[in-house]
Design a protein around this ligand. Structure first.
Ligand code: EPU
Length: 419
């Protein structure tokens, strides 16, 4: 197992380029199975979750070829409509194959994902939506079995909660349903608009993606298409926080700052300078950030995927801040690890109170989930002395070459393989 060793205290300086979005790539690569033929997806990051997606598509019979940041998917050879527990338990997004397989073949069988480190994460809204489109759903032996002998039919779906995966899932299934589907209380994350753009490129007729009401006029079939995935807004946000926490001066290329308004306004309140010139975002960290409160919310609110990284920054803020997590019930796993750096944090319910300390001190810590791991990297960059982060396979799920990108900005960080 690999670990990261960071000698903290270096101010980050220089330029970094953001990779393609993990959370947009996953549904987009999965959507390729809706059409017979070869789709070519570019700007796909090289990550563990993308490897799992490739394996998942191959397990269905698709032919997948990868070259650097592109993925070529031939979905004309699909020969099974079943996704096994092994694949779904490694990556929850695998469950998104259920609707597309059902829409194209009239039947599918996909393992239920089970719990996860950050919360229970049920898929009731996905299933409710597919049922509204006429699917018969049975839960048996830990698997969801879905059938739609006469095909799916357009319907109104009103989501009880704002769900990114649920909205993506229903958009994919409804693209091939007969008639019109209206998704109400749909999630508005930029990754949803990106998936809709790809589906429309395939011949789907989707309007309103990125708003809370999405209309999908079903079509009889979709054709394969090429597509370039949007930049990863959470990776970009993590680099912004890295510049901020080290008092650095970093230029971030290839990102879309408008996808991160909630984060950047909070960071500017904290004293971070953020400017956007010709698509290059420059971030200058303050000597010490001001303490700022945040509450995570669905987009365009403050992203839960940036909560842990923002908390790392607040650990060295001048004053006390309160961070409330409203999306996942168990997303404070990083708190006990941040305390190992000397952070002063107390949790009550879904809120954490962070009393800023002047300095963090490097420590051996353990990664618990993807974004929690990112917060430990940030704390390590700011801390005095050496930090050793174990179980970084979590980090490899979502950050492409994080240590080489940070090292190029002047961080003293290296990956060590442990036998
Ligand atoms: N929820 C339900 N029922 C459902 C679906 C969701 O109750 O049927 C609840 C969840 O339990 C959660 C809330 O609704 O409390 C939001 O979940 P959502 O469905 O929006 O999350 P997701 O689609 O499973 C995606 C990202 C996550 C990100 C969330 C929220 C992907 C592959 N994953 O998950 O990303 O945190 O949206 O923005 O797109 C990450 O990248 O680290 C990550 C966890």
């Amino acid at each position: 197992m690999d670990k990261l060793i960071i000698n903290g205290g270096n101010r980050l300086k220089g330029e970094v380029t953001v990779s393609g979005s993990k959370n947009a790539s996953l549904p987009i690569c999965i959507a390729a199975i809706l059409a017979e033929g070869i789709s070519s997806i570019t700007n796909v990051p090289r990550l563990r979750d993308i490897n799992t997606t490739a394996k998942l598509l191959q397990s269905l019979g698709a032919v997948v070829e990868r070259h650097e940041n592109s993925m070529r998917i031939d979905a004309s050879t699909i020969n099974t409509v079943e996704a096994t527990y092994d694949l779904v338990k490694t990556m929850r997004a695998s469950v998104l194959v259920l609707g597309p397989l059902l829409a194209r073949f009239g039947r599918s069988r996909v393992s239920l994902p089970g719990g996860c480190a950050i919360g229970a994460r049920p898929i009731d809204q996905h299933l409710k939506g597919l049922k509204a489109l006429g699917a018969e759903i049975r839960l048996e032996h830990g698997y969801v079995e879905a059938t739609a002998k006469k095909g799916l039919k357009g319907a109104r779906v009103n989501f009880d909660v704002s769900t990114v995966g649920g909205t993506e899932h229903l958009m994919m299934a409804a693209a091939l349903a007969k008639g019109v589907t209206v998704l109400e209380n749909a999630a508005r994350e930029p990754e949803i608009a990106d998936l809709a753009e790809y589906l429309n490129r395939m011949g789907a007729r989707i309007e309103g993606a990125g708003t809370d009401t999405i209309r999908i006029h079903g079509v009889a079939e979709l054709s394969p298409a090429g597509y370039e995935v949007m930049p990863d807004r959470i990776e970009a946000g993590t680099f912004i926080c890295a510049a901020a926490i080290t008092g650095g001066d970093v230029k971030i290329k290839g990102m879309k700052l408008e996808h991160l308004d909630a984060l950047s306004f909070k960071l500017m309140d904290a004293g971070v300078e953020i400017t956007n010139r010709n698509g290059v975002v420059r971030v200058k960290g303050p000597k010490r950030p001001n303490a700022i409160n945040i509450k995570t919310r669905p987009y365009p609110g403050f992203p839960t995927d940036m909560q842990a990284q923002f908390m790392a920054l607040m650990c060295i803020a001048d004053g006390a801040s309160v961070i409330s997590e409203n999306i996942f019930e168990n997303r404070f796993m990083h708190v006990s690890e941040l305390q190992r750096f000397g952070a002063d944090i107390t949790i009550e319910g879904n809120s954490a109170t962070i009393k800023g300390v002047k300095k963090l001190s490097g420590a051996p810590v353990m990664a618990t989930d993807l974004r929690a791991s990112a917060s430990l990297v940030l704390a390590g960059l700011a801390a005095e002395g050496t930090t050793e982060i174990q179980r970084i396979y979590h980090l490899d799920r979502g950050y492409e070459q994080i240590e080489s990108k940070l090292a190029a900005l002047g961080a003293d960080i290296k990956r060590v393989s442990e036998l």
